[in-house]
Write a protein that binds this ligand. Sequence first.
Ligand code: XIL
Length: 353
Amino acid sequence: MKSLRIGLGAAALAALLAGSLATLPSTAATANDQGLRAAARGTGVRIGTAVDATALTDDAPYRAAVGREFDVVTPENAMKWESVEPTQGHYDFTQADQLVAFARAHGQLVRGHTLVWHSQNPAWLTEAAFTPAQLKDILRKHIFDEMGHFRGKIWAWDVANEVFNEDGTLRDTIWLRALGPDYIADAFRWAHQADPGAILFLNDYNVEGVNAKSDAYYALIKKLQAQHVPVGGFGIQGHLALQYGLPGDIAANVRRFDALGVKTAFTEVDVRMQLPADPIKVAAQAEGFATMLRACLLVRHCVSYTVWEFTDKYSWVPGVFSGEGSATPFDENLQPKPAYQTIRETLMLAGRR
Ligand code: XIL
């Protein structure tokens, strides 16, 4: 009852403020007061979204929602290696620069994504037969060139993405084959030199709960810390699917990484379902979003919670997982679903602590 009264008080205050602003030319302030970023204020957790570069320029309602709802943004594809260096030595940062400028204009931070990965690398890199020494030079140059371009403008970088298999062994990639397991430590050392201000993350999927893969990250981070490698964060992507269920130990898992002293973040949250959606699936989805958000809010060093697109209009899910979709908090018409309300209410509860 007590918190309910506080809630009504806050709502009344918001209404009063909105009223006093009614004579101002813009209604943006009113809208901003109701978005997720306003709800996240004071919680210590930034609320983010992946951003589709084309939609950001071509879709005005989408653009407005990115600015209104979020205080950190991740380029969904625009900073990946194949996007920034499609031809060796010829960089194209146009789309990524546009997002960085947008973020700056809207008081948002940027998560850089991603520097070392097995996927979405340019053909010139994957199809040529480089020697290990050449690959090491290429990787170092990539990290210095890309991070150098954005130096000082990126809050956190996903330095190494998806380096483990499900069983906790290192994934077989061009990097592991040519450079051996130390490529990860090298990448973090180079990244720290290239932009000392950025928080440097490992990032992966299927590491929401305690399992062989998240155990491998836990061990890796401890090892890197012992070697004074500047790993600063563990990114939990958070791509869940209702048909597989939600891991029961998400909060415990986040807590153990928090205890290592690294930052944590949910970096690519979506909760997909087998179509068609129905009210029970939609409610279960909201619970999935909330469970991950609560796990983040329960620990000291969880710094952000990012959804992997906020609208089904641009979600990657239908294109990749056959028969699945409806994975984001807004539908295709940019209308909020129950998941949106649940995220907002969870943030507001946290803001009252
Ligand atoms: C996805 C994008 O959403 C798609 O647009 C693209 O076609 C493929 O990549 N893990 C990651 C993200 O780290 O970069 C991926 O993004 C989703 C899985």
